[in-house]
Design a protein around this ligand. Structure first.
Ligand code: KG4
Ligand code: ZN
Length: 357
C-alpha cells in the first residue's frame, strides 16, 4: 500500500510517498526561506503563492524519486490543520484533485500529531503512550498522547511560540532569518548566565504553559532600552551578541525542559517525544538528554531532518488508513484549531490555539 502525503501548512512545500510498513519511497521538501528572509518572518500571502508554484513540481519529483506512478497510489494524505489558511488550502486542493482523478480516498493529517509521529518513524519503536512536546515557529505545546491518533492538550504558549521568539530575537540581534540556527551559532560563543532573562511560569508547578513574549521584550530592553529603537542603528560587539543569544537560548530551554518534565510527572507517563523546528536546537537536545537520563525517562527527539516541516511525518496517515478513517471531499482547512481526533475524523474542535504553523 502506498500513500502520497502532502504538507503545505506554513512555508515548506513537501511531499512523500510512504508504505504501510512505514518505508519512505521518496520525499521532497522545497523550502521558501529565501523568499521570507528579508521580512524576518513568514509572509502568509507570499507563502501561499509560492506553494501554488511549487506543489505540482514537488509532487512530480517525489513520485519520480519513489519510482511510483500516480496509478499506483492507494490514498492521498494532506495536513489540513493547523497552519496558515492560504497555505493549507493549496495542499488541500491538490490532494482532493488527485483523489477525484485517481478515485482513491482522502486522509487528513494533523500537523502537530505528525510532528510527534516523526519520533516513532525515526526510532522504529512504539513511542506511545507519551508526552509530546511540539516546539516550532507556530507552536509550543505539550500533549498527552495515549496513541498516535489520541491527543490531549496539556498546555501551550499564552502568546508567542518558541520559534517565533528565536526568529524575533535573531532579527533584533541582526542575525538574519530563520533565527533559530543563527541564535544557536551565536550562543555557542556566549555566556548563558550573562543576562538574567525571565523564565515565565517555570516555578508554577500546577501550570504547563509557556510565555515567550515578555522574554522577547526583556531581550529588547537589554539591547536598546525602552522606547522604539531602530535596531539597524544599534551596534553590538560580537561578545555582547553572543552573550545575549546564549542567555536568551538558555531561558527558552529552561522553560521547555522544565515544563516537559513537569508534564511527565503530572501525567505519570515515562516517555517524552519532542518534535518541531526548535527541537533541532543543540542546547535543547543536550538538556533534554541530561534530564531524561537523570530521571530515567525514555526520550525520543525527532532527528534533524524530521524536526522542521516535511511530508515524511505525514506517514501518520498509515494509522488512519488502517483505522479506516477517511475524509469526505468537502474536508476543510482548519487554520487555528488544535483538534482532538477522538472527537471524530478530522473532528470537532478541542482547544483554540490561535497560532499558525
Ligand atoms: O517546525 P518548523 O519548520 O515550522 C513551523 O511549523 O513553524 O519550525 C520553524 C522554526 C523557526 O522559528 C526556526 O527559527 C526554528 O524552528 N528553528 C530553530 C532551530 N532550527 C529551526 N530554533 C532553535 N534552534 C534551532 N537550531
Ligand atoms: Zn511544523
Amino acid at each position: 500500500m502506498r500513500i502520497l502525503t502532502l504538507e503545505t501548512t506554513c512555508d515548506e512545500t513537501a511531499a512523500a510517498v510512504v508504505t504501510d510498513r512505514l518505508e519512505v519511497l521518496g520525499a521532497v521538501v522545497a523550502s521558501q526561506d529565501p523568499l521570507h528572509q528579508r521580512f524576518g518572518g513568514v509572509v502568509p500571502e507570499i507563502a501561499s503563492r509560492a506553494h501554488v508554484e511549487r506543489i505540482l513540481p514537488v509532487i512530480d519529483e517525489t513520485l519520480r524519486r519513489a519510482g511510483v506512478g500516480l496509478g499506483e497510489l492507494d490514498a492521498i494524505a494532506v495536513a489540513n490543520t493547523p497552519g496558515l489558511a492560504g497555505s493549507l488550502l493549496v495542499g488541500l486542493v491538490a490532494a482532493k484533485t488527485l483523489c477525484v482523478a485517481l478515485d482513491v480516498p482522502l486522509i487528513a493529517v494533523n500537523h502537530l500529531q505528525a510532528h510527534i509521529y516523526a519520533c516513532k518513524l525515526a526510532s522504529g519503536e512504539n513511542v506511545f503512550p507519551c508526552v509530546g512536546l511540539i516546539v516550532s515557529g507556530g507552536h509550543s505545546s505539550l500533549y498527552r498522547c495515549p496513541g498516535p491518533l489520541d491527543f490531549e492538550l496539556l498546555g501551550g504558549t499564552t502568546d508567542d511560540a518558541a520559534g517565533e521568539a528565536f526568529d524575533k530575537v535573531a532579527a533584533m540581534l541582526g542575525l538574519g532569518y530563520p533565527g533559530g540556527p543563527a541564535i544557536q551559532r551565536a550562543a555557542a560563543r556566549g555566556n548563558p548566565s550573562a543576562f538574567p532573562f525571565p523564565r515565565p511560569f517555570l516555578q508554577d508547578r500546577q501550570r504547563l504553559d509557556f510565555s515567550f513574549s515578555g522574554l522577547k521584550t526583556a531581550v529588547r530592553y537589554a539591547i536598546a532600552g525602552p522606547g522604539r529603537p531602530d535596531f539597524s542603528q544599534i551596534r553590538l560587539t560580537p561578545e555582547q551578541t553572543a552573550d545575549l543569544a546564549a542567555s536568551f537560548q538558555e531561558a527558552v530551554v529552561d522553560c521547555l525542559v522544565g515544563k516537559a518534565f513537569l508534564a511527565l510527572e503530572l501525567t505519570g507517563e515515562r516517555t517524552l517525544c519532542v518534535g518541531g523546528g526548535v527541537a533541532a536546537n543543540a542546547r535543547l537536545r543536550e538538556r533534554l538528554q541530561e534530564e531524561a537520563q537523570a530521571k530515567g525517562v525514555r526520550l525520543h527527539i525527532a532527528p534533524l531532518r524530521l524536526c522542521t516541516d516535511n511530508a515524511v511525518m505525514g506517514a501518520i496517515a498509515v494509522e488512519r488508513y488502517r483505522a479506516g478513517r477517511f475524509e469526505p471531499l468537502d474536508l476543510d482547512a482548519e487554520p487555528g484549531l488544535v483538534r482532538n481526533p477522538r472527537a471524530g475524523g478530522a473532528g470537532a474542535a478541542r482547544a483554540g490555539e490561535p497560532v499558525p504553523g
